[in-house]
Design a protein around this ligand. Structure first.
Ligand SMILES: *Cc1c(COP(=O)(O)O)cnc(C)c1O
Length: 527
């Protein structure tokens, strides 16, 4: 084949280059020329990679307790500008010092996700090997919406779908999975599929398809993630057509009251087409009762979407899978691997129990796709099922880790983090000046600092002030959330290096911050 022969020539040249590299290692003093050819030179690639890798190695090996050091954006902008080449008209030569300074600044100004002090958010210090594979993705650049552009990523998606479906339990031949750039987009995609199934003319006719019908509505838990209400806005459903189901004392959708709330929505002239359950709410990590909600949804003839962006990963643990009991009855499931599977963001998997539904999100007439004659290659395309055209091959780090280390890597880390959260809950129960707001179901815990003599109307303000003070001090990074209208401190345990000792140190710092805040002159408070 002429084509194959034509392509073999550069391959031989590349081998020669590598041989040359071995005999002539790059010295630190190498002078780079600043040409287009140099910018693409494989030796420059190697030199810059090694330089960056050694800096990241130091960063990962650091054991300091750091959270986040917030920098004034003006100062950071000035510093960043100072790192830019003054050269305007010619290609500036590679400058290792400049690269190092950029990387150092990048690392230093981030949330220190690899430190035990980072407890504030649902993104984690990734498994370093995942970063290495992601780096390969960035170099070989194989977008994954179409098989021909990303062959291995598409096959890896299929394999990971099969691997993870073992824990969901759907029919291997009839479920589907598509990757999306984040859980928010997965939620929107699933809701579109649900709406188009329930209102088949909506995709082509828009709101006109609804003439004479009740208004479409979505039922959600009262503290559903904001991406769901945002999706309702995007879809033209309207925020007011969100039926908020009441929660029980554990912050989970209350099954009994859900039934009544759905009946009330019908009376108000709403047609609920989808019920969204959360598997791990963002605020407290509560798991809605999927099993009972699935029965309710089936009874009502509506779609059940499970937003497992945070908590679906618990499925890979034999000990914790029960939290999602009934998941096999759901119609769709959002699963963020960039949260509890510890890979770089974004990496989201959107599962459908019935693969035909996966074609409904962006095409009202699913049969259109079946009418096309897909060949063995285009059969793997996902472009018709996801919003993105160019899409990152986000599955690769997850699949590579799963291939190299296996499931236990994830199960072990997740189980440690959930156990740790139970342990710190017990610590809080024993501290007279702290109060946990709920019993943890996963790796999120919210609590309040209630020092002696604190008035009830001061509780909210104190939690917010403590959180800000800690952020400025930079040792521990925690977040805050309003629960029943009153602020609480929130930790998300994402790092297996974090221990109960670190948590006790955090409590000490909170106590000191609380003391300082209450015993200083509030009239000079400028915050
Ligand atoms: C994080 C989260 C989301 C949003 O996912 P992104 O990947 O950040 O877009 C949605 N739902 C829940 C429950 C979440 O925790």
């Amino acid at each position: 084949m002429a084509e194959a022969r034509a392509e073999s020539a550069p391959v031989i040249q590349q081998r020669d280059t590598r041989r040359q590299l071995r005999t002539a290692p790059i010295a630190a003093t190498t002078l780079w020329a600043g040409t287009l050819a140099e910018v693409f030179d494989a030796r420059l690639f190697r030199a810059s990679t090694e330089s960056v890798a050694s800096r990241l190695e130091k960063h990962l090996a650091g054991v300091a307790i750091r959270g986040l050091e917030l920098t004034d954006p003006e100062i950071l902008t000035k510093t960043a500008r100072g790192l830019m080449t003054p050269e305007r008209d010619r290609i500036a030569a590679f400058d290792e010092e400049r690269l190092s300074a950029i990387v150092d600044l990048y690392v230093r100004t981030g949330i220190q996700v690899h430190s035990p002090g980072a407890m504030g958010r649902q993104f984690s210090g990734v498994i370093p090997l995942a970063g290495v594979v992601d780096f390969v993705s960035s170099v070989v650049n194989q977008p994954s919406s179409f098989y021909e552009a990303g062959q291995l990523p598409n096959v890896a998606e299929r394999i990971m779908a099969e691997e993870l479906n073992r824990f969901i339990g759907w029919e291997p031949d009839s479920f589907a999975m598509v990757t999306t750039s984040g859980g928010s987009l997965a939620n929107l995609t699933a809701l579109l599929a649900a709406r188009n199934k329930h209102f088949p003319d909506y995709w082509s006719q828009g709101g006109g398809a609804l003439a004479g019908r009740p208004r479409p509505a979505i039922a959600v838990g009262a503290d559903v993630h904001y991406s769901v209400s945002r999706a309702a806005g995007v879809m033209g459903i309207g925020d007011e057509q969100l039926v908020r189901l009441p929660l029980d004392a554990d912050q989970r959708i209350c099954l009994d009251r859900a039934r009544a709330a759905l009946a009330e929505a019908e009376r108000r002239g709403l047609e609920v087409f989808c019920l969204v359950a959360s598997a791990g709410t963002t605020a407290v990590g509560a798991f809605d009762p999927i099993d009972g909600l699935a029965d309710l949804a089936r009874e009502k003839g509506i779609w059940l979407h499970v937003d497992g962006a945070h908590g679906a990963s618990l499925l890979v643990s034999d000990k914790l899978r029960g939290k999602l009991g009934g998941i096999e009855k759901a119609d769709s499931l959002t699963w963020d691997a960039h949260k509890m599977m510890f890979v770089p963001a974004p990496c989201t998997l959107l599962f459908y129990r019935d693969k035909r539904d996966s074609l409904g999100a962006f095409r009202q007439q699913a049969s259109y796709v079946f009418d096309e004659q897909p060949d063995i290659y285009t059969a793997l395309d996902s472009g018709d099922k996801n919003f993105e055209c160019t899409k990152r091959p986000m599955i690769m780090p997850l699949w590579a880790l799963w291939s190299i280390h296996g499931r236990a890597l994830f199960a072990e880390k997740i189980e440690y983090l959930c156990q740790l959260t139970e342990d710190i809950h017990r610590i809080l129960v024993d501290e007279p000046d702290f109060e946990p707001v709920h019993r943890p179901e996963a790796n999120i815990l919210c609590f309040r600092h209630l020092p002696d003599g604190l008035g009830e109307n001061e509780v909210h303000r104190l939690q917010l002030d403590i959180r800000n003070r800690l952020k400025i001090q930079g040792n521990f990074f925690i977040s805050k959330v309003d629960i029943d209208g009153v602020a609480a401190l929130r930790v998300v345990m994402m790092n297996h290096r974090t221990t109960t000792e670190h948590f006790r140190m955090l409590l000490g710092e909170i106590r000191r911050a609380g003391y300082d805040l209450r015993h200083r002159d509030h009239s000079s408070d400028s915050e």
